[in-house]
Design a protein around this ligand. Structure first.
Ligand SMILES: CC(C)(COP(=O)(O)OP(=O)(O)OC[C@H]1O[C@@H](n2cnc3c(N)ncnc32)[C@H](O)[C@@H]1OP(=O)(O)O)[C@@H](O)C(=O)NCCC(=O)NCCS
Length: 235
């Protein structure tokens, strides 16, 4: 008998803003103005501060603005502001619109988890430094997302909030034509098992991600001063 295909409807901008039902009576949605204090508290569980520029876009209600454009109107519309920013030599301005901050909201507005994904800053810097034309480097950065932080409140763990935040984020980026979602974690944290379970390939210590298949002569490496391992999921 032929296998029944499960049809997954595409994510819309409206859905990302309004959110989905998550585990443990949570609601998974894009971060809103007013969330930043709780997000800062959750990120501290992963020892990561909230970047002031990201704090500002969340407060302004413009977080993920370029990703929302893509979900609403397609990939070409998402890339347009990036190409325009590259044309006027201000690529960094465009990068903030590619930041995704997803939260899991529990009862009474209490945030139970957060995932923050960002464009890889080194792709722009290393690419341009290595002779890649600015436009190509900017468009390349819009094909790669780094899971910068994932944190779940201690009393809300092991019910699938982390997994759901990852799954939703990966789906959004794949729908937007991304080729790679990656991240890194400290050696000794045990997280290799966690990320392998989330369908990522966990790289060995010292192994790096080669972006030549994206036409970029760049390698994503961990900082030797911080013993960490990379995990990656290619399209
Ligand atoms: C890692 C973290 C985000 C997982 O969130 P979560 O919502 O509890 O995760 P899920 O419910 O999807 O998965 C839970 C499973 O992951 C396992 N897990 C969680 N952290 C783990 C770790 N460091 N090493 C190995 N396994 C781990 C749990 O034991 C649990 O396994 P079980 O289902 O067999 O009981 C959460 O533990 C956390 O916030 N930790 C502190 C911050 C951190 O380390 N962040 C990741 C690096 S940035």
């Amino acid at each position: 008998m032929a296998k029944k295909r499960v049809r997954v409807s595409p994510v819309t901008a409206d859905r990302l803003v309004k959110g989905w039902t998550g585990p443990g009576r949570t609601h998974i949605r894009l971060a809103r103005p007013g969330d930043t204090e709780q997000i800062t508290g959750l990120l501290a569980l992963a020892d990561i501060p909230l970047d002031p520029a990201i704090d500002t876009v969340i407060k302004a209600g413009t977080v993920a603005s370029t990703l929302l454009l893509g979900l609403n109107h397609g990939i070409n519309d998402m890339l347009r502001p990036l190409a325009e920013a590259a044309a006027v030599g201000k690529p960094d301005d465009a990068m903030l619109g590619l930041v995704l901050v997803l939260v899991a909201e529990g009862r009474g507005g209490l945030l139970r988890g957060v995932l923050q994904a960002v464009p890889p800053s080194n792709v722009l810097a290393d690419g341009v430094g290595g002779g890649v034309p600015l436009l190509n480097a900017v468009l390349g950065a819009a094909k790669i997302a780094k899971i910068r932080a994932l944190a779940v409140a201690e009393d809300a763990r092991s019910i699938g909030i982390g997994e759901t935040l990852i799954r939703r984020s990966v789906r959004i980026y794949l729908q937007l034509g991304y080729f790679l979602v990656y991240g890194q974690f400290p050696i000794g944290s045990g997280l290799e098992k966690y990320y392998a379970r989330q369908s990522f390939t966990v790289l060995d210590e010292g192994q790096h991600i080669d972006l030549s298949r994206l036409g970029l002569p760049i390698h994503i490496r961990t900082d030797p001063s911080e013993p960490e391992r990379l995990f990656a999921r290619w399209r």
